[in-house]
Design a protein around this ligand. Structure first.
Ligand code: ATP
Ligand code: MG
Length: 495
């Protein structure tokens, strides 16, 4: 009798416990959206859904909250999910294990290796969603970064920490141009984000665009078009977090992102599924909120730089469509690729006159600017008179500017046309440009910054010490507190 009384006490306590604090149960699955009653979770929190009849566990993330219903989306396939499946909250948002061991690796949207080169065990984790660097602590962009592409290095010079968009319709050469930059840039580390693009292109990119030498200094983050929208969305954040890690090491990182349009579409799919109203052209308000949050994380900080090239697929070659328009306003320049040039086999199909690098004047010397200005002017004059020239209505000697533009046309074209495999050093690029313009560009304008970073990569101060488990010890970096600071002092992620 006494024992029953004691038992009742525990029963009473058990009944008072709120059973949905950490575990909930699926109540509805509609399209991409999984709804569960419980657990207690915040937007962006990682959850596991137990599916004994499927793969065992589905990784998901909270994307919405509605009364007592939690709305989730999965990072992968949702096979095996059923009403009543247990949903367990982790209490954590998405974090990526980071270390220099990431170099040469291919990761999925959650930072897990996709290649078969072993686990990336690291004690340092970076949040996939983070705040951009403090605007007042951002270093100014004052030095150029070399892309190895003449049209860009010569006429659209890019600074270390600048962010540019590559705008073009489909099949005009965006991915190929990114590949050329990845292979030829003098940045220390490349982070390549292949978001929502064809899965087939991943191996092509590794084999053709990068090659073994390029891969050694590259981290690829891949969320192909067949992956769920959450995977595509988070792949973008993961790639940015990886770039931020290398920037925090004091390095110059090149973030090559293909494509921001697929990122926006993934956000739109998630927003619509979660019940957001469509706004401009079906894009939900969260799309326009998330784009600046993502793009502003790129750039210079007080430690290192991330130079970003983001491709934008321009719907129907309309540069004013909402994603293009928003991105153009955020970035520090745009490279427009022209279908007309691509059709004429003028590759890379950079429409120089339609493109702009807002920071070019800050990273180039006066002679370079003069030569670039001269070439741009001749191109503009030629374009203006092109119709007359083509129908034979222009007679030489009528207008000296047009005569000069015609005389230099072949030299300018051969300067701009560049084979995929052809690398052009900054010295070669500027010398040719100087010859066309008849201006001697002094050596000091051809210099880039003193490279110190590759040395850093093999330097002990950068080497991550390995503890017995093969994991990094934070004390291993030059500054003993550095690694700790990286996780502790990073601003609270914003979703
Ligand atoms: N520099 C180049 N030299 C020669 N051919 C090129 C060059 N750039 C692109 N091409 C040609 O254009 C095709 C499409 O290029 P790419 O895949 O880079 O375009 P894209 O803009 O990324 O296309 P999508 O919008 O479909 O992703 C290539 O298969 C190739 O034939
Ligand atoms: Mg492409």
């Amino acid at each position: 009798m006494i024992s029953t009384l004691i038992f009742d006490k525990y029963l009473e306590t058990a009944e008072q416990v709120d059973p949905i604090k950490c575990v909930g149960h699926v109540v509805k699955v509609q399209g991409l959206l999984i709804e569960s009653r419980g657990p207690q979770a915040i937007i962006g929190e990682q959850c596991r859904i137990e599916v004994p009849k499927g793969s065992g566990i589905i990784q998901a993330e909270v994307v919405g909250l509605r009364e007592d219903i939690i709305q989730l989306m999965a990072y992968g396939d949702i096979e095996g999910i059923e009403i009543g499946s247990r949903v367990i909250a982790s209490g954590r948002r998405l974090e990526i294990p980071v270390s220099k061991k990431l170099l040469g690796r291919v990761l999925d949207c959650m930072g897990r290796p996709l290649d078969e080169k072993g686990e990336i065990a690291s004690r340092i984790h970076y949040p996939a969603t983070a705040l951009p660097p403090d605007p007042l602590k951002r270093r100014r962009v004052t030095q150029r970064i070399v892309t190895g592409v003449r049209a860009i290095d010569g006429l659209l010079s890019v600074g270390r920490g600048q962010r540019l968009g590559i705008f073009a319709g489909s099949g005009v050469g965006k991915s190929t141009l990114l590949g050329m930059v990845a292979r030829n840039t003098n940045a220390d580390v490349n982070v390549v984000a292949l978001i929502g693009e064809r899965g087939r292109e991943v191996n092509d990119f590794i084999a053709h665009e990068l090659g073994p030498a390029g891969l050694a200094k590259t981290v690829l983050v891949v969320s192909p078009s067949n992956s769920p929208p959450l995977a595509r969305l988070r792949g973008a954040y993961t790639a940015t977090a990886v770039a931020e890690y290398f920037r925090d090491q004091g390095l110059d990182v090149m973030l090559l992102f293909d494509s921001i349009t697929r990122f926006a579409r993934a956000q739109r799919e998630i927003g619509l599924a979660a019940g957001e109203p469509p706004a401009t052209r079906g894009y939900t308000p969260s799309v326009f909120d998330s784009m600046p949050k993502l793009l502003e994380r790129c750039g210079a900080s007080d430690k290192g730089t991330i130079t970003g090239f983001y491709t934008i697929l321009v719907d129907g070659d309309d540069l004013d469509e909402p994603v293009s328009d928003t991105v153009r306003g955020i970035l520090d320049g745009h490279v427009v690729l022209s279908r007309r040039l691509a059709e004429a086999f003028h590759y890379p199909a950079v429409d120089v006159l339609g493109s702009i690098s807002r920071l070019a004047p800050a990273v180039t010397g006066p002679a370079t600017q003069k030569a670039a200005g001269y070439i741009r002017r001749l191109m503009a004059v030629y374009n203006e008179a092109e119709d007359l020239i083509n129908v034979g209505a222009y007679h030489q000697g009528t207008n000296p500017a047009i005569d000069e533009a015609i005389a230099k046309k072949a030299a300018i074209d051969s300067f701009l046309i560049q084979g995929v495999e052809e690398k052009s050093s900054i010295v070669e690029t500027l010398q040719v440009m100087g010859e066309i313009a008849g201006i001697e560009i002094p050596m000091e304008e051809m210099q880039t910054w003193q490279k110190r970073s590759m040395a850093l990569l093999t330097d002990d101060s950068y080497e991550d010490a390995q503890d017995e488990d093969g994991e990094e010890t934070p004390e291993a970096s030059g500054d003993p507190e550095d690694a700790e600071k990286q996780t502790e002092q990073r601003p609270e992620p914003e979703l």
